[in-house]
Design a protein around this ligand. Structure first.
Ligand code: LRH
Ligand code: MN
Length: 431
């Protein structure tokens, strides 16, 4: 039961009152434009109102690189403060009602209390993330030479037990997905045998798979490189889908947009994973070079649109258990994390709305008749529509803010939290 939303509803209502007339005008104008091509704007708005994307608990604080992390005053210092900030994002945007937690970063002693606190803030939990890419103080076995694919039996067992512990925590939080990303790999040719490394990974991951409750899924996250810089055990969608097929029907593939080489056709990977019933979820972000974890759609919004174009096609041709988890996974190194996730949630929702505007009959007809230009134009026409009035209308009707960033800044949330929260020390790395 949502009892204590972080921001005053009056603040949002007063700001919306000032914006309402302009929004209504823009919405009506866009509605007339879309109805000329047979599109009912309210039907699109209703689809948008049902759309949601989860936010990463680790994205609520400042992120960093191996060189440095520059904290901001008032950033969250524990999972409870992270939930508060995630609740601000959802109260304003009304599209981020779930948080994806990461363990042990979000470890607490009472998960029932954590779940209740989240519920009081209007939040639930999405996929839980395990972490066998860092050693924790007092850990028996190091992950320095790998985790689920380690040559050391005791290390693989430790990694298996940690993942099973994450499932147990997730069950208490009401989650039904476990995301497994392992940084296992090598920095030198010959350092490890590719086949034996994968076999050890499969043997160990099968033990985690066996511990999944019936209604759970395991989401395998592939990544081309980093922290390993010569080879990575699950480096691409091919390794991921083969592993997921080997493990069983509850194993699916998670696509982190930043985990591919520049210019890889990610939307085609989405179509392929869907074709074989293995599309399990997404980590949305953007990148120009490596796994930059930049704000979604900030570098290549057209690629994000093309990914959603494939997802709308997939919804029209569902395969076994088509229910991909949409999650943001970003590192906010230079912005206020709340502002970045508000902006990213808007961009992700907008790319979904634009994909809904594609005239599928015109597209399919042009594809079948090899009318290349009209096939391309079917996508481009939809991409060129400014869907902001639809997103804002759906948001305002759900109690959110028409201008999310303006209301967030007017709330003085960060300034107020800077008074309350203890300062975060200097450091480096993602969290
Ligand atoms: C790995 C990754 C993974 C998370 C981590 C925070 O690069 O994308 O999803 O565990 O970032
Ligand atoms: Mn990720």
């Amino acid at each position: 039961m949502t009892t204590n939303l972080p921001l005053s509803e009056e603040l949002i209502a007063e700001a919306n009152a000032r914006e309402a007339a302009a929004l209504d005008e823009d919405y009506a104008a866009l509605g007339r434009k879309l109805s000329r091509t047979g599109i009912d704007i309210d039907a699109i708005k209703d689809r948008v109102a049902d759309f949601s994307v989860a936010v990463p608990s680790w994205g609520a604080g400042r992120g960093g690189t191996r060189f440095a992390k520059f904290p901001i005053a008032g950033e969250p210092t524990n999972i409870y403060e992270k939930l508060e900030d995630c609740a601000v994002i959802n109260q304003l945007s009304r599209v981020t009602p779930r948080v994806s937690p990461h363990f042990p970063w979000d470890k607490v002693s009472d998960y029932k209390a954590l779940r209740e606190e989240a519920q009081s803030l209007g939040l639930g939990f999405d996929a839980v993330n395990s972490n066998t890419f860092q050693d924790q103080p007092g850990q028996a076995q190091t992950y320095a030479t790998g985790s689920l694919s380690s040559t050391v039996e005791a290390t693989r067992q430790q990694a298996v037990e940690h993942n099973i512990e994450c499932i147990e925590i997730g069950r208490q939080l009401g989650s039904t997905d476990l995301t497994v990303w392992v940084g296992d790999g090598t920095n030198f040719p010959g350092q490890q045998d590719f086949a034996r490394s994968l076999d050890r990974y499969l043997e160990a991951t099968a033990q985690v798979y066996a511990a999944l409750p019936d209604d759970w899924r395991m989401l395998l996250e592939h990544k081309m490189f980093e922290p390993a810089f010569y080879s990575t055990v699950i480096s691409d969608w091919g390794s991921s889908i083969l592993a997921a097929q080997e493990l069983g029907p509850k194993a699916k593939c998670l696509v982190d947009l930043g985990h591919h080489a520049p210019n890889v056709n990610i939307e085609q990977i989405v179509a392929r994973l869907h074709r074989f019933g293995k599309l399990g979820g997404f980590h949305f972000n953007d990148s120009k070079y490596g796994d930059d974890d930049l704000d979604s759609g900030s570098i290549n919004p057209h690629q994000l649109f093309l990914v959603f174009n494939e997802l709308v096609e997939a919804q029209l041709h569902p395969r076994d258990g088509f229910n991909p988890s949409y999650m943001i996974d970003q590192s906010h190194n230079v912005t206020d994390p709340i502002e970045s996730m508000l902006s990213s949630a808007e961009t992700i929702t907008a790319c979904f709305a634009k994909a809904l505007l594609v005239d599928r009959d015109a597209l399919h007809g042009a594809q079948e008749s090899n009318d290349t230009m009209m096939a391309f134009q079917a996508l481009r026409r939809a991409y060129n529509v400014d869907v902001a009035p639809i997103i804002a209308k759906a948001r305002a009707e759900a109690g959110g803010a028409i201008d999310v960033l303006a209301v967030y800044r007017a709330s003085q949330w960060r300034e107020r939290k800077a008074q309350e929260r203890k300062a975060v020390g200097l450091g480096a790395g993602i969290v």
